[in-house]
Design a binder for this molecule. Structure first.
Ligand SMILES: *Cc1c(COP(=O)(O)O)cnc(C)c1O
Length: 821
């Protein structure tokens, strides 16, 4: 489509200036002379949005007119971060905008800092969804992301006396320039009520779900701007609203206050993101949230199918692929069955075939405590018809395919059932529902997928071997290199051209520069510049001064025992102790940097945060360590803070217990920015090792098989406690009254590692970790060697671009065409 020459939205300096001042004057009602910095941020964002929305409309029109299959990505979480800089860089407007604002006396980089993070996710899973949206638009793939418009994203974290305190994250209190309401696509959602069976005039039965409570879902669209691409897909987020009709009745009865209370209750559904990561929450509101989101999204997809084409239902899968990001949206499977069977009156077998062709499922965890189940009692109350449908799916499965394969085998039926019976209660296994209701189930790294097939779903794998596949995660190199590290991006482009931004395999061409000492010098200077910048941020937020010449050792990720921040902690305690014993100890100065939020109800995780802060408080004020050791816990870890820490990192801590981290994506971002990994053979670390080579990574500790063997022999953490004096003294010192004045403060931490059996094998891996850290120290003191290793990391991690991941999904799972505009 052509843009008329007199159109106001051109990608030129003059046109952008006009747009910005027009938005200041007419949208915001501000005087250009006295507008606030926030007004300037909003006006600039709106000017960019104007230039993007037309492409969003064109993309939608083209996808519809060509009748192509689209993928619908269903995720309860999207960890988007800030959008303005990303959208400017992706659409090639950054330099133009910088100059235009400069001409008007404004500094773009200052305005960028005004944008609040869009933090509608907990961690890796939500950030993966955001990276995928970027890749889908960049690769011209027809896609819609669906999510929830949470009023409050992940809590804002503060430390008070070293302890985590949570505050609400009112990210959209001032509105957001990126989201656009779409009231004409509002949906109605039913909940609760009961099911009755009815018969038509031919005596055919069907089910009706009656006496329900109603909610409305209002969609908000956020345009997703790809890099150097004309496709703009949208992220559609649903906000819960009260059904006005429902209120009206109560209102007529004169109960105005009750009516408004109902309204407030209805609106709690999209109020807040559940802050649990890697644990299942099991609350009624959470189930209502999941169903609300799924019902709105499916109704939207079905509306588009019915209005767009005059096709039989059997063609539905040829127009719509639906990806389930973990089991959180798995209730979509019985919901589509309900629509097809109860509303569209399609027979069960045909409906089930449509369902299986439409859905695919990504598993994100092997941790038993994170596998979602819902009690059938709760399910029946909230979604009575859906529970019936799940029972019928299960009955047909167990008496059909399972019985045919393993006749008379009750044990096979018990382990495969969608319903788990435990402790007198029955629970729906959402993971089993997800595997059964789709045509593909994928893990997110090679090791994880192997364990998925061998350990989590061995019987499903035996029944349906072709349904399982691996799709190793990736991250977008735009945000995680071009946007957060423009200096390195420019150096790479200067050296090998800009093709790597869209074809990450080209990064390998950088490998040969590792032997070029002048390139190494520039690579190192860029890293140092980021370290200087981060040191300033640390000074401003933590009041601690750190040297940019020290080794920046970084562990940033959710706080969880399986990620083993406490293994890192114990090693720092040991270093501190050894430095006090011998102040001449010859080690490279180090700054240990943590960033992590703990789930508010996860007591031990919070105890670990407190312990790290208590240690930091002692170390950072102890003149005896001579500046060789600093410990920083950056509060409120999120996407924007990650974008400051990652380019400044020398060492990336990826030290989870083998077999516990599905993939990790932080590991990829850090390696891409030239940090060396110290890590276990877990998740995608295994593949990072394959790519960068054993000389450019520090691998230590038990393997998955080693862990299994250790448990077979019988694991006793006390054996390791008594065998290692270093470990014993460090743990005992940490748990003493020395760091807080209270000898019971870190008793929960010590107990978990000793009396409670050390479930994540911190004690077993400690010595190997400490030895590997000594290797790191040695390598860092040989700077030319270190810089070579760092360059090899950046050059060799092209595999971990989310573009590669998304192209694999598009080819192997979704069968999507690339549609350029
Ligand atoms: C990448 C990312 C994560 C995931 O980190 P892991 O180390 O893979 O757990 C979590 N939070 C944020 C803000 C991220 O950017």
């Amino acid at each position: 489509m052509e843009t008329p020459a007199n159109c106001a939205v051109l990608n030129t300096n003059e046109s952008l200036k006009l747009s910005i001042t027009n938005h200041l004057r007419f949208t915001l009602g501000a005087y250009v002379e006295s507008a606030s910095e926030n007004d300037w941020f909003v006006a600039t964002s709106l000017a960019v949005r104007d230039r993007v929305m037309e492409r969003a409309t064109q993309s939608r029109t083209k996808h519809r007119s060509q009748g192509v299959r689209r993928v619908h990505y269903l995720s309860l979480e999207y960890l988007m971060g800030r959008l303005l800089e990303n959208n400017l860089r992706n659409s090639g407007l950054y330099d133009i905008a910088k100059q235009a604002l400069k001409d008007m006396g404004k500094d773009l980089d200052t305005l960028l800092q005004k944008e609040p993070d869009m933090g509608l996710g907990n961690g890796g899973l939500g950030r993966l969804a955001a990276c995928f949206m970027d890749s889908l638009s960049t690769l011209d793939l027809p896609a819609i992301g669906y999510g929830i418009h949470y009023e409050f994203g992940l809590f804002r974290q503060e430390f008070v006396n070293g302890r985590q305190v949570e505050h609400p994250d009112a990210w959209m209190r001032d509105g957001s320039p990126w989201k656009i309401a779409r009231p004409s696509y509002r949906q109605t959602v039913h909940l609760y009520g009961k099911v009755i069976q009815k018969f038509d005039e031919f005596g055919h039965p069907h089910h009706e779900w009656v006496e329900t409570k109603c909610l409305l879902g209002l969609p908000w669209d956020i345009p997703i701007v790809g890099y150097d691409s004309s496709t703009v897909n949208v992220l559609r987020l649903w906000q819960a609203q009260a059904d006005e009709d429902f209120n009206f009745q109560v209102f007529n009865e004169g109960s105005y206050v009750d009516a408004l209370r109902e309204k407030a209750i209805a609106e709690t559904v999209s109020k807040v993101l559940y802050p649990n990561d890697a644990t299942e929450s099991g609350k009624e509101l959470r189930l209502v949230q999941q169903y609300f989101f799924v019902a709105c999204s499916l109704a939207d997809i079905v509306r588009r199918f019915k209005n767009g084409y005059n096709l039989p239902w059997s063609e539905f899968p040829s127009k719509a692929a639906i990806q389930l990001n973990d089991t959180h949206p798995a209730v979509a499977i019985p919901e589509l069955m309900r629509i097809l069977v109860d509303v569209e009156r399609i027979d069960w077998a045909q409906a089930w075939a449509i369902c299986q062709k439409t859905f695919s499922y990504t598993n994100h965890t092997l941790l038993p405590e994170a596998l979602e189940t819902w009690s059938t009692a709760l399910f029946e109350r909230v979604l009575p018809r859906h529970l019936q449908i799940i029972f019928e799916i299960n009955h047909r499965f167990l008496t059909g395919e399972v019985e045919a394969r393993w006749p008379g085998d009750m044990e096979k039926k018990r382990v495969l059932s969608l319903i788990e019976e435990r402790g007198g209660g029955k629970h729906v296994r959402m993971a089993h529902l997800s595997v059964l209701g789709g045509h593909a189930t994928n893990g997110v790294a090679a090791l994880h997928t192997r364990l998925l097939c061998e350990r989590l779903f061995p019987e499903f794998f035996e029944l349906y071997p072709d349904r399982f596949l691996n799709l190793t995660n990736g991250v977008t190199f735009r945000r995680w290199l071009d946007v957060c590290n423009p200096q390195l991006s420019a150096l790479i482009t200067e050296s090998i051209g800009s093709g790597w931004l869209k074809d990450s395999s080209k990064l390998r061409e950088l490998d040969r520069f590792a032997d070029d000492s002048s390139f190494r010098e520039r690579f190192q200077q860029i890293k140092r510049g980021h370290k200087v910048h981060l040191a300033k941020i640390i000074q401003d937020t933590c009041g601690v001064s750190v040297s940019p010449d020290a080794l920046f050792d970084v562990q940033i990720k959710r706080l969880h025992e399986y990620k083993r921040q406490h293994l890192n902690l114990l090693h720092i305690v040991s270093l501190y102790r050894r430095l006090l014993e011998n102040p001449q100890l010859d080690i490279a100065p180090r700054v240990f940097i943590f960033g992590a939020k703990a789930a508010p109800g996860y007591y031990l995780a919070k105890n670990i945060i407190h312990a790290i802060n208590a240690l930091a408080n002692k170390v950072n004020h102890d003149p005896r360590v001579g500046g060789k050791l600093k410990v920083i816990f950056m509060p409120n870890y999120g996407v924007s803070i990650a974008e400051r820490i990652i380019p400044a990192a020398d060492l990336s801590e990826q030290i989870s217990t083998a077999g516990k981290e599905a993939s990790g994506t932080g590991n990829m971002k850090l390696a891409l920015n030239g940090a060396l990994t110290i890590g276990t053979l877990d998740g995608a670390n295994v593949e990072i090792l394959e790519e960068v080579g054993p000389d450019n990574i520090f691998i230590f500790g038990l393997t998955v098989e080693g862990v299994t063997d250790l448990y077979k022999r019988g694991y006793n953490p006390w054996d390791f406690y008594w065998a290692s004096e270093d470990l014993r003294l460090s743990l005992d010192w940490l748990a003493s009254d020395y760091f807080t004045g209270n000898q019971d403060e870190f008793k929960p931490l010590r107990d978990s590692l000793l009396t409670h059996g050390d479930p994540f094998l911190v004690m077993a891996d400690y010595d190997a970790y400490a030895a590997s850290q000594a290797e790191v120290d040695k390598a860092y003191r040989d700077q030319p060697r270190w810089q070579k290793m760092a360059i090899h990391n950046t050059a060799r991690v092209g595999k971990f671009s989310s573009d590669r991941t998304i192209l694999e999904y598009a080819e192997k799972v979704w069968k999507l065409p690339q549609v350029s505009m």
